[in-house]
Ligand binder design. Structure first.
Ligand SMILES: Cc1cc2nc3c(=O)[nH]c(=O)nc-3n(C[C@H](O)[C@H](O)[C@H](O)COP(=O)(O)OP(=O)(O)OC[C@H]3O[C@@H](n4cnc5c(N)ncnc54)[C@H](O)[C@@H]3O)c2cc1C
Length: 410
């Protein structure tokens, strides 16, 4: 490593680490090294691109910040300092045009991450960022040297001026974010909350009637509630239970409840745009010779799947009571048995306790060590909020590193 400039060791080549690397290398004042255990950087970012790469969201900043729930207090300052508009500018500067989808989400025009990733790594290389691929962080020794293992399996230690930990969470571990850092970091006395799945599907024991007919079918335009959180949109019936965007919006509450060993009931509203009175009025029409299923299909315009869900999740013995039926159409109780494994979750909750950090994202017990991105204990729903949180905290840590070096390293 070049000894004339301070050396920065960024561990983790995901969007957080790369974003910090870009800011630090562009100062021209630092020797910036990115250590990445996979053979290329940004693998999860590239997979996120398969769903279109939702970079951020276009809504006003106040509702935007409210999406972070309890993490808003921590993230607000960092997002105000590097906003969704600045994420769009950043992509544009790399030659990638973006557009706002009908849901307000922001995507690259090509709806994938490959072009952006290619332009980004090229730019980082031109700034002098040095990549150490297939180099895994394996621990920290007693003298606070950072221990790595290279692709040949040989171990070595480095003692840079600054370390930025950006190793992500533990979802989709085959892409590199294995969460194996947890024990190494907590061994240094740093508080780390266990990593648990979030923005994931949940398991449910379907009866034998459901799956052959409905596996893979969407339940559309619904509202879900779980302990005050609300999700709207669609979800899909899967062989293990349910999955999809509306569910991800209540996922923080559901996953936390499972982690506390207090699973909670989620409520499914199949007709959120109707009032109870409107539903009752429809249900009070004469049924004639129609079976209940045909009556619900004709008069309530419920789909075969929605009717099957009512049979599956409601108390069947009460379905002929209009008051019960009208209520249950808007309040179907869904009792999950477990979240999907973390390996199948979009993101993880847990990570380095936010109280361990100062306002520049430096670990207060270890001056010169910074941390950012999904490795920290904040979480967010899908919709571009995760990447925005990673970009903004990556930038905040980089600015923090610059300031700390200015006052601590001569
Ligand atoms: C299928 C999928 C789709 C997604 N879609 C979106 C989306 O559209 N919009 C959105 O906002 N978010 C999305 N996300 C979430 C988003 O990708 C993550 O929140 C984000 O990538 C986290 O960034 P990060 O840099 O903090 O961590 P990561 O992207 O996880 O990067 C961490 C890096 O550190 C490396 N690493 C880990 N351990 C070590 C070690 N011991 N030594 C060296 N290197 C190590 C990993 O290999 C990895 O490259 C999606 C996630 C998934 C799984």
């Amino acid at each position: 490593m070049n000894q004339t400039k301070p050396t920065i060791c960024i561990i983790g080549g995901g969007p957080t680490g790369l974003f910090a690397a870009q800011h630090l290398a562009s100062t021209g004042q630092m020797d910036v090294h990115v250590f990445e255990q996979k053979a290329s950087v940004g693998r999860k970012f590239l997979i996120a691109g398969r769903g279109g790469l939702n970079l951020t969201h276009s809504e006003d900043i106040n509702p935007f910040l409210n999406r972070y729930g309890p993490a808003k207090d921590f993230l607000e300052k960092h997002i105000q300092a590097f906003t969704p508009d600045q994420v769009i500018e950043w992509a544009n500067e790399l030659g990638v045009e973006t557009f706002v989808g009908s849901s307000g989400r922001v995507f690259p025009k090509e709806m994938k991450a490959t072009g952006l990733m290619r332009a980004w790594t090229k730019h980082l290389t031109s700034l002098g960022v040095q990549f150490h691929l297939q180099h895994s962080f394996v621990g920290i020794d007693e003298e606070n040297q950072i221990l790595f293992r290279d692709k040949e399996g040989d171990g070595y230690a480095v003692k840079p001026d600054v370390v930025l930990y950006a190793m992500g969470g533990a979802s989709y571990p085959h892409l590199g974010s294995t969460g194996r850092w947890v024990n190494k970091i907590s061994a240094k006395g740093i508080e780390v909350a266990p990593l648990i799945p979030v923005n994931c599907g949940y398991e449910l024991e379907w009866s034998e009637h459901m799956l052959p007919r409905f596996a893979g079918e969407p339940i559309k335009n619904i509202t879900l509630t779980a302990d005050g959180l609300t999700g709207t949109g669609d979800m899909i019936v899967t062989e293990y239970g349910l999955e999809g965007g509306a569910l991800y919006a209540v996922s923080q509450t559901l996953s936390r409840a499972f982690a506390d060993d207090k699973p909670m009931t989620m409520t499914l509203n199949l007709r959120p745009h109707l009032s109870q009175e409107q539903i009752k009025e429809k249900l009070e029409q004469p049924r004639g010779k129609l079976t209940l299923t045909n009556f619900l299909r004709k008069k309530m315009k419920l789909t075969a799947l929605e009717i099957a869900l009512i049979h599956e999740l409601a108390d069947r013995s009460k379905l002929f009571n209009v008051n019960y039926l009208s209520n249950i159409i808007q309040n179907l109780p869904v009792e999950f048995t477990a979240p999907r494994p973390i390996t199948r979750a979009i993101s993880s909750m847990g990570g380095i306790d936010l109280d361990e950090l100062d306002e520049n994202l430096m670990l207060t017990s270890q001056p010169g060590w910074f941390a950012a991105g999904e490795m920290l204990n904040w979480d967010a729903p899908t919709g571009g909020y995760l990447l925005q949180g990673c970009f903004s905290t990556g930038k905040a840590a980089a600015v923090g590193i610059e300031n700390w070096l200015a006052s601590n390293v001569t």
